[in-house]
Every structure is written in structure tokens, then in C-alpha cells.
Design a protein around this ligand. Structure first.
Ligand code: FMN
Length: 305
């Protein structure tokens, strides 16, 4: 969202500068009406480059100009005479474009070019500062939760073991019922094992060419609240995905529990001790490609009580 606002703002400023250049060219060839039109648009787009940062838009030029006056001139972000310059350019362009037989003078045409130059020179440094601020805010708002997506295809690049340790540290940082920490982790970088894991369900193929596969397993003994182990394991699995994302890696959950046949197949491949049950398969590696996360926020799913 924020990035888009900045993109539109940059686009509008660029348009303003192009219009200003065109206004100067038109003056040189003595096309005064065209020049008045272009210099007005230079001003209008410069103003629009500011207002779009507030997500404000109006089909009517007057709407944009009066919003700018209200929020940027009256508030003294820009000097008080800015509005006068914009308003007089708006009127003059109206004559130039729509008034039959209007005869523009070179002097007023040149003056409007000077106004456009002045407004662009005021707006530009303001915009550069705001773009940087918005992008910084955006960076602060972005965290792994909002960039993570399931990664199912990986590059062949190996994953440094210190990253795997970091991921497992994140997994073990998860909350669990009565802090029972029911988890242990089997980690495989063996292509043969990973290929076999990829066959335990029709949906587990991403494990096949993953450089590393993590299988979080839960113990069946010494549990304070056995009924809640699946919840504990799910949370720890999410921590794995988020930490992988944080490290520039990708991962995906491949569902195993609570299906007994899948769990047995994985337990057999990994030769798990009797008291451990595999929960899911999580291939990890560098993503072969990455797409933005879709925004799934749905206000109708939120019920205020
Ligand atoms: C419990 C669970 C089981 C899943 N099993 C599989 C699976 O077997 N194969 C697979 O490719 N993705 C699997 N996924 C990933 C989901 O398909 C994925 O999270 C979902 O489509 C949303 O996409 P995103 O993760 O990119 O946001 C599973 C996810 C969860 C939470």
C-alpha cells in the first residue's frame, strides 16, 4: 500500500517536471495558450504528488487544490502565497483552454512558468523527505508474518548449519501448554531420505529437492497436558516458518499428523524411537522464486462484541 502511494507520487512529480519542460518549449515557439496549459499541469501534478501520499484523490482539480490548501498551505507546510499561485494558474489555464479568442501575454505565460518552477522547487524536497519516511515506516511494519509464503521450490544452494540452529532455536522458543515443550526435531540433508519423505503423501513433493528437511516430532511420554500437544506442535512449526523467512529462506508445512498412516510412514523412514510421533514435514531452503503475500484481512470475519 505505502509503496504504491510513493510510486504514484514519484510518477506525478515526474509528470510535473515534464509538463514544465513542455511549457518552456511552447513559450519558445510562441504557443502561449499551450504553454499556459502545460505550466498549469506542472503545478497540478506537483500538488497531486503531495496529496496522493495521503491517499487523497479527487476527479475534480478544484478538489485536489482545495485539499492541498487546507492541509498543506493553511497548516504552513508550504508558504501562504502558494495557494494564490496555484489558484491563479487554475484560472488562467481555464481562460487559455476554454475562453474563445483569449489572447495570452508573453509576460503572464512566463510568470506562470516561474510559478510552476517555484512550486516544484518547494514540493520536491518535501516529497523526497516524505518518500524516505514512508518507506522507512513501511520497512518497520514489514516483518516475517507479512512476507512469509509457502515455498515449494528451492535453489540447490546449501543452508548453513548456523541458520538451521537459529530456526530450531525459534521453534523451541514457542509457547506450550504448561511449558511442556513436547518437541524434538529430526533434521535431514540426505537427498535419499528427503526423496522418501516426499512420497509419504501426494502433497509432500516439495521435500524432494529441498536442501534440508526438518521433521518436528512430539514425545508421547512425560506430558503435562497430552491433549494439547498438537497445538504446541503447530505453534512451534509456525515459528520455524517465520524464522526461515526472517533469514531469507523459504519453507512449507507438509501435513502429517494426525493421520496415523502418514505418521507411521515418516516414523519408519526416520527410524524414530517408539515414544516419538512425527507432526509434519518442513522442507527448508532458498526459494527458487518469491511472490508477495496476499492480503487476507477480511473485516467481515471480525465481530465486535
Ligand atoms: C496443517 C497444514 C498442512 C499443510 N500441508 C501441506 C501439504 O501437504 N503440501 C503443501 O504443499 N502445502 C501444505 N500446506 C501449506 C498450505 O497449503 C499453505 O499454507 C496455504 O495454501 C496458504 O499459503 P501460504 O502458506 O503461502 O500463505 C499445509 C499447511 C498447513 C497449515
Amino acid at each position: 500500500m505505502e509503496e504504491v502511494r510513493v510510486d504514484y507520487s514519484k510518477y506525478r512529480l515526474e509528470k510535473a517536471e515534464k509538463c514544465l519542460a513542455a511549457a518552456k518549449r511552447d513559450l519558445v515557439i510562441d504557443d502561449l495558450l499551450a504553454s499556459l496549459n502545460r505550466s498549469y499541469y506542472a503545478i497540478f501534478h506537483a500538488v497531486g504528488a503531495v496529496t496522493v501520499l495521503d491517499s487523497f484523490d479527487s476527479k475534480k482539480h478544484k478538489g485536489v487544490i482545495s485539499y492541498f490548501n487546507q492541509h498543506y498551505v493553511k497548516t504552513r507546510i508550504f508558504p501562504p502565497n502558494t495557494y494564490k499561485l496555484i489558484d491563479s494558474a487554475f484560472k488562467l489555464r481555464g481562460y487559455a483552454d476554454y475562453k474563445d479568442m483569449y489572447i495570452a501575454s508573453r509576460e503572464e505565460t512566463q510568470m506562470q512558468i516561474t510559478s510552476a518552477e517555484h512550486i516544484i522547487s518547494l514540493v520536491k524536497p518535501y516529497l523526497i523527505k516524505r518518500w524516505a519516511e514512508i518507506q522507512q515506516e513501511e520497512k518497520l511494519n514489514m516483518n516475517a508474518i507479512f512476507t512469509r509464503v509457502s515455498t515449494r521450490k528451492f535453489t540447490p544452494e546449501k543452508v548453513n548449519s548456523k541458520y538451521i540452529i537459529k530456526i530450531l532455536r525459534a521453534a523451541m522458543a514457542a509457547p506450550s501448554a504448561c511449558n511442556q515443550q513436547p518437541w524434538e526435531f529430526w533434521v535431514s540433508d540426505d537427498p535419499e531420505i528427503n526423496a522418501r519423505l516426499s512420497q509419504v503423501t501426494p502433497y509432500a513433493t516439495p521435500a524432494k529437492n529441498a536442501p534440508v528437511v526438518i521433521v518436528p516430532c512430539c514425545r508421547t511420554n512425560d506430558l503435562a497436558v497430552p491433549e494439547m500437544v498438537n497445538i504446541d506442535m503447530a505453534i512451534c512449526a509456525e515459528n520455524i516458518l517465520l524464522e526461515a523467512e526472517e533469514l531469507g529462506l523459504g519453507a512449507v508445512m507438509l501435513g502429517i499428523a494426525p493421520f496415523e498412516d502418514r505418521m507411521k510412514a515418516v516414523a519408519d523412514i526416520l527410524k524414530l524411537p517408539e515414544n516419538f510421533r512425527p507432526f509434519m514435514i518442513i522442507p527448508v531452503g532458498y526459494p527458487a522464486s518469491k511472490h508477495p503475500q496476499e492480503d487476507r484481512y477480511e473485516p467481515s470475519r471480525v465481530h465486535t462484541v
